[in-house]
Ligand binder design. Structure first.
Ligand SMILES: Nc1ncnc2c1ncn2[C@@H]1O[C@H](COP(=O)(O)OP(=O)(O)OP(=O)(O)O)[C@@H](O)[C@H]1O
Ligand SMILES: [Mg+2]
Length: 252
C-alpha cells in the first residue's frame, strides 16, 4: 500500500527589504495572504517588487488583473525599470486579464496575457487559475497575485467573494502549494469590516497605510504591519518605509 503523501511545504522569503524585515524567515508556500490598505498606500508597488524578486529566482507569477488593464499592470513594472518583456518571454510573468471585457471585441492582444475572463466567469476564477497551474506545471512554486478582491465585491456580494477566496486558498495555496497574495482596498468602513470578517479565513494579513509624515525627497512616509501570519515568526509592530523611483525603501 502506498503511504500517504506527507508534504511539508517550504518557506519562501519575499525578497523585498520592507517585507523581509517583518517576515525574516519568509512565509509558507501554501499560504493565502491578504495585503490590505487604502488607495495609494503602496500595495501594487510592494506586489511589483515582491514578484520581481521571486521571478529573479525563477519563480513564475500569475497576475490576476481585476482593477487594471494588463497594460497598466505592465506599466507599474516598467516605471521601476523592470524588464517585463524578458519576464513575459520566459513565461515568468503571466497575466489573467479580468478587466478588458469592458473594452468589447475585437481588441488588440496584450503581451503576457494568457487568459481573458468575462464577468460571468469570475466565480470560476480559482478553476481558471488551476487550469494555468496544470498547463504550466507550477505545483509547489511561484506566486498568484489577485489584484484586487474589491472587484469581486463590486460584481458579487460578500458571500460569493468569501466563497471565491476560500476556493483560492483550498485549491491553489493548500492544494498546489502555491503562495497567493490578494490585495484589498480598505478605504471605507465597510471594506475594513469585510477585512475583519475574513481574517480568520486566511493565513496572513499585512496592512499598509500612508502617514502625514514626510520622508526623503518629499515622499510620504508609509507604514506596514503584519497583523497575522500563520506558523512563522513575524515582527508585530509597524515599520516605516517610503517609495521612490527605485521602489519601496525601509526607513530604519
Ligand atoms: N514608479 C514610481 N516612482 C515613484 N513613486 C511611485 C512609483 N509608482 C508608485 N509610486 C508611489 O507609490 C504610491 C502607491 O502606489 P500603489 O499603486 O502601490 O498604491 P495601491 O495601494 O496599490 O493603491 P490602489 O488601492 O489605488 O491600487 C503612489 O501613490 C506613488 O506615490
Ligand atoms: Mg493597486
Amino acid at each position: 500500500m502506498r503511504s500517504p503523501e506527507i508534504v511539508a511545504w517550504n518557506k519562501v522569503r519575499l525578497g523585498v527589504e520592507v517585507l523581509d524585515r517583518v517576515l525574516p524567515s519568509g512565509v509558507y508556500r501554501n499560504s493565502l495572504i491578504i495585503l490590505a490598505g487604502p488607495g495609494g498606500a503602496g500595495k501594487s508597488v510592494l506586489v511589483a517588487h515582491m514578484t520581481k524578486a521571486l521571478m529573479e529566482r525563477e519563480e513564475p507569477v500569475i497576475y490576476v488583473a481585476l482593477d487594471d488593464d494588463p497594460r497598466t499592470v505592465l506599466q507599474n513594472y516598467i516605471s521601476f525599470k523592470i524588464d517585463v518583456a524578458q519576464l513575459i518571454k520566459r513565461e515568468l510573468l503571466m497575466i489573467i486579464d479580468c478587466f478588458s471585457y469592458r473594452l468589447g471585441h475585437p481588441r488588440p492582444a496584450v503581451n503576457g496575457v494568457i487568459r481573458e475572463v468575462e464577468p460571468d466567469e469570475l466565480e470560476r476564477l480559482p478553476y481558471t487559475i488551476i487550469d494555468v497551474v496544470l498547463e504550466k506545471e507550477l505545483r509547489g512554486r511561484g506566486l498568484v497575485v489577485v489584484d484586487s478582491l474589491n472587484e469581486l465585491l463590486l460584481l458579487y456580494n460578500e458571500k460569493t467573494t468569501v466563497e471565491v477566496l476560500r476556493k483560492l486558498r483550498a485549491l491553489i495555496a493548500k492544494g498546489e502549494g502555491i503562495l497567493v497574495f490578494a490585495t484589498l482596498h480598505t478605504s471605507t468602513d465597510d471594506q475594513q469590516k469585510f477585512l475583519r470578517s475574513i481574517e480568520h479565513l486566511v493565513d496572513g494579513v499585512i496592512e499598509v497605510w500612508v502617514t502625514d509624515e514626510t520622508g526623503p525627497g518629499d515622499s510620504a512616509v508609509r507604514k506596514l504591519m503584519v497583523r497575522k501570519m500563520k506558523g512563522v515568526h513575524h515582527v508585530s509592530r509597524p515599520i516605516r518605509f517610503y517609495v521612490d523611483a527605485e521602489g519601496p525603501k525601509l526607513i530604519e
